[in-house]
Design a protein around this ligand. Sequence first.
Ligand code: NIG
Ligand code: FE
Length: 411
Amino acid sequence: MFDTLLINIGQLVTMDHKDGLIRGEAMQTLPVIENGAIGFTDGAITFIGSMDDVKLEAKEVIDCEGKLVTPGLVDPHTHLVFGGSREHEIALKLQGVPYLEILRRGGGIHSTVSATKQATTEELVKKAIFHCNRMLSYGITTAEAKSGYGLDVDTEMKQLEVVQHVQETHSIDLVSTFLGAHAVPKDYKGKEEAFLQEMLDLLPTIKERNLAEFVDIFCETDVFTVEESKRYLQKAQELGFGTKIHADEIDSLGGTEAAAEIDCISADHLCGASDEGIRMLAESNTVAVLLPGTTFYLNKEEFARGRKMIDSGVAVSLATDFNPGSSPTENLQFIMSVAMLKLRMTPEEIWNAVTVNASYAIGRGDVAGKLRVGRKADVIIWDAPNYAYIPYHYGVNHVNTVFKAGKKVVK
Ligand code: NIG
Ligand code: FE
């Protein structure tokens, strides 16, 4: 007897590839059951297969009437916790002042740092829950959450604690990343090494209190160099953290190569990744997390070379980069459309990127991103007839129903 049974599913996209990252030819394939059914009991999937093989014994039977059903989406790169917002910078943006120039002038990330310092833990928790609810409403059932708007010991710890509080009450699964090295604080210009050391000194406490699994750094002109980033992340690795890097987002510095060299779990952005960087990624286990919504919103032409990366054998994933400056959106479905148009990714590649590869990019490959008997029932019913329809019909929310661990959380 199932708690819930979904029947008459037009396309049931299971994503149940063999375990591991999806790359090369495999990115073109999607495991799909036509005319399928899926049942869950006690929060876990207990049946998945064809309508012909299912017993209609359930407390609740939902007739999907030919709709699309998929795993919950995984968003592997978000800056979930922050105070305030940045619409006051629109005028500068429209005048053509570049992102890094706004940062140099003390705006951008620094503006959000001030707002985050001023906010109380309770205010930040309330705001983060608001954004988590919206993520869930767009079909995201697992998301990464970075700190990085403190740039000092107390505020960075406050942000990490906020993620922990939210996780205690919210049904979305969060994966916490420490991004203390997100910018150079104004009073540390020229003393970058000292600042990085302060952030590194926090890591033992973060580990002890289980406040983050990953450590990330913004490797960029006027922020942290490739050498600084490498040394910093290697020290984090020695302390038992997985590592991520904001690499080659605006200027092409070589962060992509560094990520492959030191075996980061993911290298993110990669708009300016070199041919050599792409070749090295293809030979590594580092996932390329591409964020085309950010390139769109920064109004830039140089999108990451997703097509070339996939053709070269890189394991590619996609994320919102949800943050108050370069990508204020929780809508991963919109990012899927931008990836189709600007990265020239096919619908199959896009679905692999927002499920399986996204889950591996945050160390959740064994629990999220696919539908399989025994796994948590994170399941989406879409108001769409097939998977290609989601990136195709852009800018709207196609979610019909979200089940998180078998429980209906959005309807
Ligand atoms: O991924 N580039 C660095 N961090 C974010 C933006 C943060 C912000 O502007 O507040 C990003 O684009
Ligand atoms: Fe980011």
